[in-house]
Design a protein. Structure first.
Length: 380
């Protein structure tokens, strides 16, 4: 069976809404990271067969096409935007791999791009002809089973008895790990001078305990410390065929061993990655404790904890450089950022090392992917 490989992965810093990326459109965020990924791989724009990008907030159209043209890719290169909410960015990697494995493409640029700062206003036509503004679309057809994500995170904490103390501890650890992480994957934009994410800070247990309550009224609440901030960012990854891998002979590459997408109860969407991870572990014949690196999306501390608790992961392998609680959540780019993080974290591991990324999305969706470090491809 044919295989697909990751050979380059870059991202912008993740910046809070209204931060240093606020003045840039999503196409302006993505173009520099796409250019950097191509340069890292030793490929040119004419080598790209297809672009697939995740986005959730653009408001229609095809931002992947706009970004591809803005980055200087030939007009002949097709581009598609996918919206599976938070799963979008990781789903783009899954779809890129499928395109390569099926023989439809040899080089696919995938990833995600999102700007909370520039998201359009949303409105329906009211019966009186006046616009009725809303913040989010429905994620299910049932009004009684379509919770806001933060309310769903509270329900999840209650269902699994994940205390505020445990959530605060997870958030503090996320920030501490991110502070000490070497962000090798970042591309500086414009006036940026430091290779760092803008929101990461020295969060203490005391500060976390005093954080503003955003949802919940019992001991199971979501606060500003245990909820990822709305953010702007973009990520680009290169997925290639075995033929391209053999031609380029890169020093470092990851094989995409398998992936899975699953649905779950939309009332508790944070549990969906558990199902997708179980499926991909079965497909790849890998055990949870086999992973050297695990990237779990941290939209909410309760969701990340529930996903981690479901498996026998090496605790030290999980979110080694911190997670979205310490960086932010650029919806359509977040899954791609997990894959970028995985790509660079596995560089410190020996050949054959395994990595896993898993993410949940509104509506009860989950995506998981397994990557493995390849033997060195360069010729003697």
């Amino acid at each position: 069976m044919a295989s697909a490989y990751l050979i380059a992965a870059r991202r912008t810093s993740v910046e809070p809404r209204g931060g240093v990326h606020a003045g840039r459109g999503v196409h302006e965020l993505w173009a520099p990271v796409a250019t950097a990924a191509l340069a890292d791989a030793g490929l040119g724009s004419d080598d790209v067969d297809e672009v697939v990008l995740g986005n959730a907030l653009y408001g229609g159209g095809n931002p992947a096409r706009v970004a591809a043209l803005h980055s200087g890719l030939p007009a002949s290169v097709p581009a598609s935007t996918i919206d599976s909410q938070c799963c979008s960015g990781l789903d783009s990697v899954v779809l890129a791999a499928s395109s390569v494995v099926s023989g439809q493409a040899d080089v696919v640029l995938c990833g995600g791009l999102e700007s909370y700062s520039k998201r359009p206003l949303r409105a329906h036509h009211g019966q009186d002809g006046c616009p009725e503004f809303y913040l989010r679309p429905p994620f299910t057809p049932w009004t009684d089973r379509d919770p806001d994500m933060i309310e769903a995170a509270v329900h999840l904490a209650e269902a699994f008895l994940i205390s505020d103390t445990r959530q605060n501890d997870w958030a503090v650890e996320s920030h501490q790990k991110a502070l000490h992480s070497c962000e090798r994957e970042l591309v500086l934009l414009g006036e940026q001078a430091e290779l760092k994410d803008g929101f990461t800070r020295n969060l203490s247990v005391q500060l976390a305990a005093r954080a503003k309550v955003l949802a919940g009224t019992s001991e199971y609440v979501q606060t500003s410390a245990t909820t990822a901030v709305e953010a702007d960012a973009a990520a680009a990854l290169l997925v290639v065929s075995a033929a391209v891998l053999e031609r380029l002979k890169p020093d470092y590459a990851l094989e995409i061993m398998g992936s899975s997408r699953s649905g779950a109860d939309p009332v508790l969407p944070g549990l969906a990655p558990i199902a997708s991870t179980k499926r991909v572990l079965s497909k790849t014949n890998v055990k949870a404790q086999d992973f050297a690196v695990v990237e779990i999306m941290e939209a909410f501390a309760s969701q990340a904890i529930a996903c981690a608790d479901a498996f026998d992961f090496d605790r030290l392998a999980v979110n080694r450089g911190g997670g979205a609680l310490a960086r932010g959540h650029p919806i359509g780019a977040s899954g791609a950022i997990l894959a970028v993080r995985l790509f660079h974290e596995l560089k410190t591991e020996p050949e054959g090392a395994l990595g896993l990324a898993m993410i949940a999305a509104a509506g009860g969706l989950g995506t998981s992917i397994v990557l493995q470090r390849k033997a060195q491809c360069t010729s003697a």
